[in-house]
Ligand binder design. Structure first.
Ligand code: PMP
Length: 403
């Protein structure tokens, strides 16, 4: 390896920013095995607890049509959807999605990342403008970088600033797209979709909402925050992923028919990649229907999240948001890394989240609760965390490393 890569890796290690892969095994519900230890998995996006639901998986496997194993459940599409990789399965899933959302069309992508890097560059040209929430996910950011359109970012959920930007710049551009997550991935707070809809209407803009952390969790049918807030029909591009609450891979965008047809012709991350395998399409359809019946689990998860957030606050801990994603802001990268190791000793699997995934100086834990957890799993955490944070902060002010 050339010296400059080595030096950069050493620098990352020194600053507490070195990322490493860590294999997990032995998943049982919300618990996993890590280096021989059983841990409560507080870092998973398997929000409905479906990935480890053995009886659901068994039902899926038992439902496989033995006469149709290769076509219906094969492991490789072996071609892009625009060539020989398209199947009835993909169309059925898209029809089900469009019907559930009550919108003209749905289009599948291979992941949320593919969707977010493929939609904006396809739809926008150099005469257009993107207005994006500052805390939007890296994939949205990357999509904007691939675009010929101009872009500006507004302060997180600051819709007055967004309104000022629209008032100033709307008439300079042909199209303007407002982009926001609905549930923000690192802060667990929620966009005011009704206000975004009002602004998009007032300024004749398009609205693109990333519901990656909301599908499966909100609304009677688990369609997301747009369903809960009653604004599905007003969102021009609603993106949801199968990779989180739906325990799979793949993503979809709900949109109008023209945009759907246009994306098929212009979205490079759809055109120039192999289609999702048939088995995944079948599982996605199965899970999408199954999750619509999971209102009770959604309510359980919301109540559990509230309970933990309140307990953390009672211990004076720096948290925020109001979903099942609960941030605990620590600040310094190295302290976050040390604390994560300490919490692992107590049986909690928590990965520290550091810049550039979050803004400088806001390294944190991102606790993500899942519907298969219960209060006894979590009740010890606030006290343990408060104690370890106090010890680690003393270590920092004294200049020592506590671990
Ligand atoms: N959007 C947001 C807000 C995300 O948090 C993520 C993944 N962390 C993605 C999109 C990408 O989704 P996927 O994992 O399906 O690629």
């Amino acid at each position: 390896m050339s010296a400059d890569y080595k030096e950069e890796l050493a620098r990352l290690q020194e600053s507490g920013r070195l990322r490493q892969l860590r294999p997990l095994a032995g998943r049982q519900g919300s618990h996993v095995q890590c280096q021989g230890q059983e841990l409560l998995n507080l870092t998973s996006n398997d929000y409905l607890g479906l990935a480890g639901d053995a009886s659901l998986l068994r039902r899926f496997y038992e439902g496989m049509d033995a006469g149709n194993l290769l076509e219906g459940y094969g492991l490789g599409a072996a071609s892009s959807r625009l060539l020989a990789g398209d199947t009835d399965l993909a169309h059925q899933l898209e029809q089900d999605l469009a019907l559930a959302y009550g919108r003209p069309a749905a289009l599948l992508f291979n992941s949320g990342y593919h969707a977010n890097i493929g939609i904006l560059p396809a739809l926008l040209s150099k005469n257009d403008l993107i207005l994006s929430d500052k805390l939007n996910h890296a994939s949205i950011h990357d999509g904007m970088q691939l675009c010929r359109a101009a872009h500006k970012r507004f302060a997180h959920c600051d819709y007055n600033q967004l309104e000022r930007l629209l008032a100033t710049y709307r008439h300079h551009y042909e199209r303007v797209v407002i982009v926001s997550e609905s549930v923000f991935s690192m802060d667990g707070d929620v966009a005011d979709l009704a206000r975004l809809v009002q602004l998009k209407k007032e300024f004749d803009a398009l609205l693109y909402v990333d519901e990656a952390h909301a599908v499966g969790l909100y609304g009677e049918c688990g369609l997301g925050k747009a369903e809960e807030q009653g604004v599905v029909a007003d969102i021009d591009l609603l993106m949801g992923t199968f990779g989180k609450a739906f325990a799979s891979i793949g993503a979809f965008v709900i949109c109008g028919q023209d945009i759907h047809d246009y994306l098929i012709n212009h979205s490079r991350s759809l055109i120039f990649t192999t289609a999702l395998p048939p088995v995944v399409l079948n599982w996605n359809r199965f899970v999408f229907h199954h999750q619509q019946t999971m209102g009770e689990q959604r309510r359980h998860l919301a109540a559990l999240s509230l309970q933990l957030r309140q307990a953390l606050q009672q211990h004076g801990l720096p948290t925020g948001g109001d979903t099942n994603i609960i941030p605990l802001i620590i600040g310094a990268d190295r302290q976050a890394v040390r604390l994560a190791a300490k919490l692992q000793d107590h049986g909690f699997l928590i990965f520290p989240v550091r810049p550039p995934a979050v803004p400088e100086g806001t390294a944190r834990f991102r606790l993500s609760l899942t519907a298969d957890m219960s209060w006894p799993d979590l009740q010890g955490l606030p006290e343990i965390f408060a104690r370890e944070l106090a010890v680690s902060s003393r270590g920092r002010t004294g200049g020592g490393d506590t671990r």
